[in-house]
Design a protein around this ligand. Structure first.
Ligand SMILES: *Cc1c(COP(=O)(O)O)cnc(C)c1O
Length: 443
């Protein structure tokens, strides 16, 4: 791993960053602390002062194989020697064509047409544009709105923001600038809910009422299947998703599945839609698509959607990012997916799930903890009140682990390769930090 830096250099780095670098959801007038990382390998981040942290975030769901993986490194360097980039208008190249074919072959259902873009938010924008253009091309120009779920998160660009949770999202701040969408209640039925579950029946009835009342103006339903990520780390019943699919068909409304967080194995299935045995009309992928190496996203469409769009007035999908199909990103995505599929990834997720359940269980009884829940490679400790970020972050780093909580949620989704001893250190660190918070120590 990289050498550590002299103290003076670390100070200079932090200072430079504080003055000039705007971090996610951060203030520039009172910048939050940022830990300087100079290297990463396997499941460990190396801080500039030489300390190592066990990474429980996989860099926001993405680094599923860990850092600095020889197979992914080789894919990138080989592609770099051929070409770093070439435009995708009127040109194709092996990595993009192979990636599109591979994706179409592994996703649920038949979604043969793949549109590549640069980030998850853009994949969502493209998915929504596909749905709007599809209905326009069918002469149904009234179908312009989206129905989403409360507690959802779909990205930070404007159309994506408009379908995020209206309370925890940014609707109030940007009201007037955002299209007004429709929201069904957040599903309350638990992941394990049986078909006769009362909460499940309520969830479905509430969703159906919204859908039936507004179908005439709806282009699509957009949701995160089974796991709502950044909107609350909430898991719901796959049976709800099955009902949503049936109801969308009944009302001729398209279904967009946002699997940007859940795709590529995280929930224990390759795609979360598989828990419900359903396929969407449009599917958004990102985050773990390149194994956390580069920014790349994809929006997949069914034949019906793509034909509908291309038969319409425009004749084409009206979208085309400059860096579409970037060869480096496509190459590392291909290598990452092939690596995943060549491994016993389901067994690994099952082991992660057991380790997280066992390791986080002691948090359940602690003061200030509302609930502990685990699904696949996702572990969540939900607190009663929002955690003080800088303080818990410091407690966690002192315990040698990297976690970035938000709001009331202290959560982890480790790289799939994490071994039991490191997972033990990670979960002990989380439980310990939560306990210290609860007792009011460690100020
Ligand atoms: C992260 C995320 C996005 C946005 O992806 P970016 O790459 O950050 O633009 C959209 N939807 C879901 C479900 C996500 O988790």
């Amino acid at each position: 791993m990289d050498q550590s830096l002299p103290a003076a250099d670390i100070e200079a780095l932090i200072q430079r960053d504080r003055v000039h670098a705007w971090h996610p959801y951060a203030s520039m007038t009172s910048p939050p602390p940022a830990y300087p990382v100079v290297g990463a390998r396997g499941v460990r981040l190396r801080l500039a002062d030489g300390r190592e942290l066990i990474d429980g975030m996989a860099s926001w769901w993405a680094a599923i194989h860990g850092y600095n993986h020889p197979v992914l490194n080789a894919a990138l360097t080989q592609q770099l020697e051929r070409m770093a980039h070439v435009m995708f208008g009127g040109i194709t190249h092996p990595a993009a064509a192979e990636l599109c074919e591979l994706l179409a072959g592994i996703v649920p259902g038949r979604l043969p047409h793949v549109f590549l873009s640069d980030s998850g938010s853009v994949a969502v924008e493209v998915g929504i544009k596909m749905a709007l253009q599809y209905h326009l091309s069918q002469g149904r120009s009234a179908r312009k709105r989206l129905l989403s779920l409360r507690g959802g998160y779909h990205g930070d660009t404007f159309m994506a923001m408009s379908v995020c949770d209206p309370v925890t999202g940014m609707h109030h701040l940007f009201s007037g600038a955002l299209p007004e969408q429709l929201f069904a209640p957040r599903p309350q039925s638990r992941f394990e809910a049986g078909a006769d579950d009362a909460a499940l029946a309520d969830d479905i009835a509430a969703f159906e009422a919204m859908l039936a009342a507004h179908a005439h103006e709806l282009a699509a339903v957009i949701l995160e299947p089974v796991v709502q990520g950044a909107g609350g780390m909430h898991f719901y019943s796959p049976a709800f998703l099955t009902a949503v699919r049936r109801l969308c068909d009944a009302h001729d409304v398209l279904l967009i599945a946002d699997e940007i967080a859940t795709g590529f194995g995280r929930t224990g299935k390759l795609f979360a839609c598989e828990h419900a045995g359903i396929a969407p009309d449009i599917l958004c992928l990102g985050k773990a698509l390149t194994g956390g190496y580069m920014s790349l996203a994809a929006t997949l469409a069914s034949e019906r959607v793509s034909r509908g769009i291309c038969e319409g007035e425009a004749g084409v999908l009206m979208h085309g990012p400059t860096f579409m199909g970037n060869p480096l990103a496509c190459s590392v995505a291909l290598a990452s997916i092939r690596l995943l599929l060549s491994q016993p990834w389901q067994r690994r997720i099952t082991a992660l799930e057991h380790g997280l359940r066992e390791g986080l269980a002691p948090a359940a009884g602690l003061p200030g903890v509302r609930e502990v829940r685990v699904l696949g490679g996702i572990g969540v400790v939900e607190m009663e009140t929002p955690v003080e970020m800088a303080r818990i972050q410091r407690l966690l780093v002192e315990r040698g682990v990297w976690i970035r909580p938000f709001g009331r949620l202290v959560y982890t989704m480790p790289p799939f390769i994490m071994q039991p001893d490191d997972l033990g250190t990670l979960t002990r660190g989380i439980v310990d930090a939560v306990r210290t918070l609860g007792t009011g120590d460690g100020r």
